[in-house]
Every structure is written in structure tokens, then in C-alpha cells.
Design a binder for this molecule. Structure first.
Ligand SMILES: Cc1cc2nc3c(=O)[nH]c(=O)nc-3n(C[C@H](O)[C@H](O)[C@H](O)COP(=O)(O)OP(=O)(O)OC[C@H]3O[C@@H](n4cnc5c(N)ncnc54)[C@H](O)[C@@H]3O)c2cc1C
Length: 496
């Protein structure tokens, strides 16, 4: 039985473990923190439960398929709830736009705003959805470790159809005449931490997927999914060791032979690194380690996704106007979005607010609510911002002032019973996210597909990678699918 060591129990590490256990490998995960999940984690205080980061669940089939693959019914592990209202988009003039997955409701809502707006909306959704289907089949579901996978006639035809060069904002503006609806699409297109004003229109596929598949919620929050994966690993006789920080990957004669942790060598035939790829390149390998396009000397020059600042609020009041997913679009919208990519804090931030307690009472004490207020901010490559107490307090005050501008939330500052924060420094220090990036190495065109860090080492036998900075990219469902690709590549490489 081949022995596998996985560095990190993020979503990529957990799902790859399950898929390899199912194929008969002996798997041990070494995780530096005292809990599994990586960035998809949980914060609990006085009965208030907060999903640490991820909240938006698209493509539910990807989440459930991994359970089916190992002969389990996901319903024995977690409950999926369909959200009919997928986003409430609030504007700072106190108006709002509701985005439904229900076609009839969406048409009625948009036609009431502007005649013909529903046609523009569905036209953008459909053209972007086609781009998604093409990308999924053409490269997201492929290993992308061989140049021939990229350079063939079909992929070139696909590229011509996708036409990824024009920016998301330009593409959206060419299709949507209503400013408020346009801003919603632009806001959602930066979901994986790229600037929608300069980066590919490919990422309009994100709002498109939300509308086509709907958005879903797991009762108990996103961490319920992580604890379900953890339970499944234990049932499949996998081993998870917590508080184990790997310090080196051990390589001999271009073969991986294990890892070093707590001054002890853990031997294995295969090592899979789920820790953030650029951090791993820098810290876990010897100086001469080199991968395709990425090495210790050039890794700092790569582009990284933005980071995030999150305020977690426990409130002793229920807020009817808060839905599970809320967006707040500010005046001076473009500045509020681009600041995160240009290295400064916007004067009037636009926000995403996650409030699972609006439908799930298990997230807080009775009569209360929870809110994660999330703002995209520069990653730590931009050195001007000092995330000290004084700065955090001032930024927090600015954000709360904006939230109070949302209809029905005018009194939130008077009802706060728990308040805490997450900064780029936390992402860096807790999870080794390089430069405190929130969404991995940037998904700009020259860093995706074949050009993204590969899932399999070209130089070291037995070494593989999975996670937001590697192919196929960032996002829980993308990484769950990535675990399928990497486990199949490993299995093919190890056929007797
Ligand atoms: C604020 C925010 C919001 C997001 N929202 C969404 C969303 O709504 N929907 C969505 O699908 N995605 C979302 N994402 C993205 C999603 O959370 C990530 O893509 C995903 O969690 C990354 O998983 P990963 O497998 O790359 O591992 P990570 O979560 O990065 O985990 C890596 C693990 O490796 C461990 N590790 C690191 N170094 C070592 C070492 N030396 N030894 C041992 N262990 C080590 C870390 O502690 C960590 O547990 C969001 C991300 C952020 C930051």
C-alpha cells in the first residue's frame, strides 16, 4: 500500500485525502493548526458562530459528489438548503436590487426597474455561462501539466470563443445598460480577487454560475462541510495529525521520500502539498528547487490576489433586511473596487455582508444575529498599510458608518455584543498564505491553465500540489474538483 503524506488540512488536502483513501492509499495529513479546514474555518464565541472566510456555495453537486464516490449519502453528513434570493444588493442611496435564481421572479423584478432589462441580464448570464462550460471542459477539469493539453485545435477554438482579453467591466458594460445592475456584475466578477477593470471577462462566469445553479447554504454554516469531510476521512481510516507544522520536504535523488516535522522524518512514497504554493516553494524546499516558471528567486515577482479585512459581529437583535448574502455598493464605485489592487484603502468602501443567521438559528443565541462584513484590501506586497490596532479601529469605524447607511441597519453599532477581525496578517500568520493573499496567486491570464503552478512536480518524482495557488485555481468547489484531478494523476502514475 503506497504511503501518502499531505501537508495541510485545507479543503484541497481533505478532499484529496478522501479520494486517495478510496483508491486504497494509506494517507496521513499533517496540519499546523489545531483544527482542520484551513481558511474555511470556524470562530465561536458566547454562542455566536462565524464562518471564518468562505460563505458562497455554488455548484452543490461538486460538494456532494465526493460523498457519492465513496458510497456515502451526503444527507447523512449535512443538510443543503437552496437560497431563492441569492443576493440583496444595497446601494448607498438606500435603494436595493434583489437577485433571484428563480427566473420568473428575476424577470418581474428587472422589468419593473427598466423595460428590457431582464433580456440584457439573461443575455449576459447565458454568454458567460457558455464560457464557463467551455472553460470547465477545456481546462478546469484537465490536469494542465502537458503543453499539448493547451495547444491543440479545440483549445484554440475555445479561446477564440471565450475571447478573454477584454476586461470584465468592459464586457459587462457592453451588455448591461443599467448602472446599478452593471455594478452588481462587476462586484461579483472580482470574487476570486482579481481587478475586474483590468482582468479578463472570463470571471463574469462567477455571477453567471450563481444564477444558473442558484446559491446553496449548508445548515450550521460552511464549517459543517469541513467537519463532514473530517468525519469521512476518519471513517475511511485516514489519519489526521493536528498541531504538526512541516518544516521541509525531503528529497533524495529527485525522489520525494517524506517530510520533516517536529525534528522527525515522516517517510512516504508520495507527498502532496496543500500549503500555499508560493510559501511552500520559499520555505519547504532546498534552495535549488525549481519548478516550471516558479522558483525561489522569481516567486516574489508573481502577481497575487488581493487580501481581505473582515469584521465579525455578534448582535443582540434580528435584522429583517439582512439576507444570507448582502452586497453594499458605494458611491465612487470604481475607486471602492480598484483600491485593493492599487495598494490603498478606499475612501468609501463597497462591502459584502454574510449573515447566515437570517435563515439558520443554530448560528447564534435566540433573537440575535451574526454578520461577517468583508472588504477586499491590498495584500501585504503593498507595504504602505500597517495593520496595527489604531489603523484597524479607524478602518472599522469607517466600515460601520457605511453599514449603518443600509436601510434597517441604522442601529447596528448599538447592538454589538461580539466584535473581532481578520486582517491580511492573520491569513499570512495562521495559514501561511503568501503576502496574506485571500485567493492564491492571482488568476490573471498569464497565471492560469498551463501557466499556473502545476499539480504535479516535473522534476521530483512523487511530489504533487493542490490548493488555491495551483491549477485549477481558487474557490472551494474548484479545489474540490482539483482534488479529483490530482488523485487521478497520482493513481495513473502509480499503476502497478
Ligand atoms: C475571505 C475569503 C472568502 C472566501 N469566500 C469564498 C466563498 O464564498 N466561496 C468559495 O468557494 N471560496 C471562498 N474563498 C476561497 C476559499 O476559502 C479557498 O479557495 C480555500 O479555502 C483554499 O483552500 P486550500 O485547499 O488552498 O487550503 P488552505 O485553506 O490555504 O489551507 C492550507 C492548510 O495548510 C496548512 N499549512 C500551511 N503550512 C503548513 C505547514 N508547513 N505544515 C502543515 N500545515 C500547513 C494551513 O494551516 C492550512 O490549514 C474565500 C477565501 C477567503 C480568504
Amino acid at each position: 500500500m503506497k504511503k501518502v503524506i499531505i501537508i495541510g488540512a485545507g479543503i484541497g488536502g481533505l478532499c484529496t485525502a478522501i479520494r486517495l483513501l478510496n483508491k486504497g492509499y494509506k494517507v496521513t495529513i499533517l496540519e499546523k493548526e489545531n483544527r482542520v479546514g484551513g481558511k474555511v474555518n470556524l470562530k465561536e464565541k458566547n454562542g455566536f458562530k462565524f464562518d471564518l472566510t468562505a460563505s458562497v456555495l455554488m455548484t452543490p453537486d461538486i460538494y456532494t459528489k465526493i460523498f457519492e464516490e465513496v458510497g456515502k449519502d451526503y444527507k447523512d453528513y449535512f443538510e443543503l438548503i437552496n437560497l431563492n434570493l441569492i443576493y440583496r444588493v444595497n446601494y448607498n442611496d438606500k435603494s436595493y436590487l434583489d437577485i433571484y435564481s428563480d427566473t420568473r421572479k428575476m424577470i418581474n423584478f428587472l422589468e419593473d426597474i427598466q423595460e428590457g432589462l431582464s433580456i440584457e441580464y439573461f443575455n449576459l448570464i447565458m454568454t458567460s455561462f457558455k464560457k464557463y462550460l467551455i472553460s470547465k471542459k477545456g481546462f478546469l477539469d484537465e490536469p494542465m501539466i502537458d503543453i499539448n493539453e493547451t495547444l491543440n485545435l479545440k483549445s484554440l477554438q475555445n479561446l477564440i470563443y471565450i475571447n478573454p482579453i477584454s476586461s470584465a467591466s468592459r464586457y459587462i458594460s457592453s451588455k448591461i445598460s443599467n448602472k446599478k445592475l452593471r455594478e452588481y456584475f462587476i462586484f461579483k466578477s472580482m470574487y476570486i480577487g482579481v481587478n475586474p477593470y483590468t482582468n479578463s471577462n472570463l470571471y463574469t462566469l462567477i455571477p453567471s454560475i450563481s444564477s444558473m445553479y442558484g446559491l446553496w447554504y449548508i445548515k450550521g454554516g460552511m464549517y459543517k462541510y469541513i467537519s463532514s469531510l473530517e468525519r469521512l476521512i476518519k471513517e475511511l481510516k485516514g489519519e489526521i495529525k493536528l498541531n504538526k507544522e512541516v518544516s521541509k520536504v525531503i528529497i533524495k535523488n529527485n525522489n520525494v521520500i517524506g517530510v520533516k516535522c517536529d525534528n522527525k522524518i515522516y517517510e512516504s512514497d508520495i507527498v502532496i502539498c496543500n500549503a500555499d504554493y508560493p510559501y511552500a516553494i520559499k520555505d519547504l524546499f532546498e534552495d535549488n528547487f525549481k519548478e516550471f516558471r516558479y522558483n525561489k528567486n522569481n516567486i516574489d515577482n508573481k502577481d497575487y490576489s488581493c487580501s481581505v479585512f473582515i469584521i465579525y459581529l455578534g448582535l443582540n437583535k434580528k435584522y429583517e433586511n439582512l439576507k444570507v448574502h448582502n452586497i453594499y455598493i458605494n458611491d465612487n464605485f470604481r475607486e471602492s473596487i480598484e483600491a485593493a489592487f492599487k495598494g490603498y484603502i478606499p475612501k468609501q468602501p463597497s462591502l459584502y455582508i454574510y449573515s447566515p443567521s437570517s435563515i439558520d438559528e443554530s448560528m447564534c443565541p435566540k433573537g440575535c444575529s451574526v454578520m461577517n462584513i468583508i472588504v477586499r484590501v491590498p495584500n501585504l506586497k503593498f507595504k504602505d498599510i500597517k495593520w496595527d490596532r489604531k489603523f484597524i479601529r479607524a478602518f472599522r469605524d469607517k466600515i460601520i458608518l457605511e453599514v449603518k447607511n443600509i436601510k434597517g441597519l441604522e442601529d447596528i453599532d448599538k447592538n454589538i455584543v461580539h466584535e473581532s477581525y481578520l486582517t491580511p496578517l492573520d491569513l499570512k500568520d495562521k495559514f501561511n498564505a503568501y503576502y496574506g493573499n485571500a485567493f492564491g496567486i492571482s488568476h490573471k491570464l498569464s497565471q492560469i491553465g498551463y501557466m499556473r503552478p502545476h499539480i504535479k512536480s516535473k522534476t521530483i518524482k512523487g511530489l504533487y500540489f493542490i490548493g488555491s495557488s495551483t491549477h485549477p485555481g481558487n474557490g472551494v468547489s474548484v479545489i474540490i474538483d482539483g482534488s479529483k484531478i490530482v488523485s487521478e494523476v497520482i493513481n495513473n502514475d502509480n499503476k502497478e
